[in-house]
Design a protein around this ligand. Structure first.
Ligand code: SF4
Length: 211
């Protein structure tokens, strides 16, 4: 068994609950893979303190537990195989235990200070807008609507083996959130040198999901 397949023991306190959604781009085409949730933890891995653990869990686990900031959890998980393609640090969780619940005031709609992350179909229905990376770091780390999305870019639709990966920050929250800053549009490379598409969210700003 390789090091990456070895189960590691985690324990910690949830500091944020985020949807785990992958963004798939092919020039001006955009689609999504709705994978589950990521529990951001202040905790320990194999008994050693770790700055930030991000544990991927399935939709059913969140539906059942309604994870919230302040919950204490433990379990076993495997380090992700490719850190370029996952914002989570660990997945394939087993033996997840909810040791203590966070404060009751966290049982609330999503907001900049936390609340309960909604079901994945809600994210899909809401759609997202780009979110300035510095704004995410300063204001959106606790908000279930603020996501760091692993983004797969298919450079040439006629040769899907040509891919690039990067992380993009996006907001699924209300349009009048006072924290919101869009930042610069994301640029998507095309198959020929110099081909670039600028994603300025125009379609999504008209309302509704894009794909
Ligand atoms: S800008 Fe978006 S992600 Fe940030 S706090 Fe507001 S709703 Fe949440």
């Amino acid at each position: 068994m390789s090091q990456q397949e070895t189960k590691q023991e985690f324990t910690g306190t949830i500091t944020a609950v985020k949807a785990r959604i992958r963004l798939l781009r092919s020039f001006d085409q955009i689609s999504h893979a709705y994978l589950g949730y990521v529990l951001v933890l202040d905790g320990k891995l194999n008994g050693q303190p770790v700055e930030e653990l991000r544990i991927a869990v399935g939709p059913k686990s969140h539906e059942k537990n309604q994870f919230r900031i302040g919950d204490q959890v433990s379990g076993m998980a495997v380090a992700v195989a490719d850190e370029e393609k996952e914002w989570a640090t660990h997945y394939r969780v087993s033996g997840l235990r909810l040791l203590a619940r966070g404060p009751a005031e966290q049982v609330a709609p999503p907001n900049p200070d936390g609340g309960i992350a909604p079901p994945l179909p809600d994210y899909r229905a809401r759609g997202h807008r780009r979110l300035d990376g510095k704004t995410y770091s300063a204001n959106c780390q606790c908000c279930p609507f603020g996501l760091v999305m692993p983004t797969e870019i298919t450079i040439d639709q006629w040769d899907p083996s040509k891919k690039r990966w990067r992380f993009e920050t996006h907001c699924y929250g209300p349009r009048d959130c006072p924290m919101y800053r869009p930042g610069r549009p994301y640029q998507v490379p095309g198959r020929k040198p110099g081909m670039v598409w600028e994603d300025d969210d125009v379609e999504r700003e008209k309302g509704g999901e894009d794909s």
